[in-house]
Design a binder for this molecule. Structure first.
Ligand SMILES: Nc1nc2c(ncn2[C@@H]2O[C@H](COP(=O)(O)O)[C@@H](O)[C@H]2O)c(=O)[nH]1
Ligand SMILES: [Zn+2]
Length: 441
């Protein structure tokens, strides 16, 4: 197929003088198909599978097994850098910038990101308040880094962005004066842990493919339950348990809070969580624990899907990462004969089509409710989201126009070709006796 495509490409290039976009698109699909055949183990009978597995895990449709989990060397290298850098002073300018939604994650490498997370725990006064030893915090952050996988979207940088947005929201809304330190610790730590060990395949896939996670959690938020379980696995170990100096009651409250927050990030529960918040909003009371608990779930949800609230040069690469992960999943779903998640299908989704609906029907309704409680957020998170909507709406229209133009010129070319073909055959077959107009319609 690849050879035939190359031959075709050459022929078109000679005849047309340039390679049309459709050929590039076909080449991309062939590459992606080949990659799938090489990496999906159950298709090994095709003779293309490259066994990259390190251990004896159950076969699973991960990206390349070689690259999903971080290697020991990779982790050690980052850990050394992090430990070296963590003794250096982070400037006041960076500390202030870190409190804003305009923060650009792409400028920072992973070891630096770990230092920035350490700054967040420090500047919220968690270290003295909860008697967290610096080495324990460092070990905790290292384990967190280690347990985020090398996948396009749900990786360590996503963990950082969500945490940084949560951190920014805490400062912008002056939550320190409204909620106690334990609530803030729950919120920040939930954000840090919320997608631990994500493999790049969403809950629909987990359930349809009957993965180990879906079986373990009976199809109920398999991923979120797993992220949470991994978080407490890390916190179980004394050397990385940042809560180890807290009382049993404090630990219990923190565990309950983190579980609630992480489970609330399952998007299939979006309306349930948002409606609960809407119902208490008119009588919202910071002294009411139930109200605070709901607010915490809203804050983590907002942080989780807040990429479009960031400057365009920060947000747009995130969309590319998200679509890369989505398309990978739908490709695997097609290969495995599973239901294909429509918003992940590369044949149906474009960048703007993915964003306009999401911003209109998911992002804005959620952000607006939070801004009802904290009007100061309007300028920080709603204005940029509206700008993004405008940007993608224009892009969507431009794409539509381009598609229409392309379809028109393709139709015109086809008609011309058909007319030419008929003329040729008429020349071969002798004089035409039919009316010329009827041949065109
Ligand atoms: N079309 C878009 N979908 C988005 C975007 N940001 C997030 N999402 C979706 O929400 C979930 C968030 O939950 P997570 O815990 O998995 O991170 C994510 O998986 C996407 O499905 C976006 O900008 N556009
Ligand atoms: Zn997330």
């Amino acid at each position: 197929m690849e050879k035939r495509l190359q031959g075709l490409e050459k022929k078109i290039l000679i005849e047309a003088g340039e390679t049309p976009a459709v050929v590039y698109e076909m080449k991309k699909q062939v590459d992606s198909f080949r990659e799938k055949l090489e990496s999906v183990e159950h298709l090994s009978w095709l003779g293309l599978f490259k066994d990259l597995s390190e251990g004896t895990h159950k076969p699973s449709p991960f990206y390349h097994k070689r690259t999903l989990h971080k290697t020991r060397e990779e982790c050690e290298h980052v850990r050394e850098k992090f430990l070296h850098m963590s003794s250096l002073e982070v400037s006041e300018e960076v500390r202030q910038y870190l409190k804003t939604p305009t923060f650009d994650n792409w400028q920072w490498e992973d070891a630096e990101i770990m230092v920035l997370l350490q700054v967040m725990y420090t500047d919220l006064d968690f270290i003295p308040t909860f008697n967290i030893e610096p080495e324990v915090l460092q070990q905790f952050l290292f384990e967190i880094y280690r347990r985020y996988n090398n996948i396009p979207f749900h990786n360590f940088k996503h963990c950082f962005c969500v945490t940084q947005m949560m951190y920014g929201l805490i400062w912008l809304t002056d939550l320190r004066s409204k909620m106690d330190s334990i609530d803030l610790l729950i919120m920040l730590t939930s954000a840090v842990c919320h997608d631990l060990d994500h493999t790049g395949y969403n809950n629909a896939y987990q359930i349809n493919a009957q993965t180990e996670l879906a079986l373990r959690y009976n199809d109920i938020s398999p991923l979120e339950n797993h992220h949470c379980a991994v978080a407490f696995e890390i916190l179980e170990r004394t050397e990385s348990n940042i809560f180890r100096n807290l009382s049993t009651d404090q630990y219990k409250r923190i565990r309950e809070g983190i579980i609630k927050c992480i489970l609330a990030t399952d998007m299939s529960r979006h309306n349930e969580v948002l409606n609960k918040f809407k119902s208490i909003l008119p009588v919202f009371d910071f002294t009411n624990k139930d109200h605070r608990d709901v607010l915490m779930t809203i804050l983590i949800k907002v942080s989780d899907i807040s990429n479009e609230a960031r400057p365009m040069e920060v947000a747009e690469p995130w969309l590319d990462c998200l679509l890369q992960e989505f398309f990978n999943q739908s490709d695997v779903e097609k290969l495995e004969g599973l239901p294909v998640t429509p918003f992940m299908d590369r044949d149906k989704v474009t960048k703007p089509s993915s964003q306009t609906g999401f911003i209109r029907f998911v992002l804005l309704p959620l952000f607006i409710e939070l801004a009802n409680l904290f009007p100061c957020l309007e300028q920080h998170i709603i204005d940029p989201v509206r700008k993004a909507l405008d940007y993608y709406t224009k892009m969507e229209k431009a794409l539509e126009t381009e598609q229409q133009n392309r379809a028109q010129s393709e139709n015109a070319a086809k008609s011309k070709e058909a007319a030419g073909g008929r003329q040729d055959s008429q020349t071969d077959a002798g004089p035409d006796t039919s009316e010329p107009e009827s041949q065109l319609t």
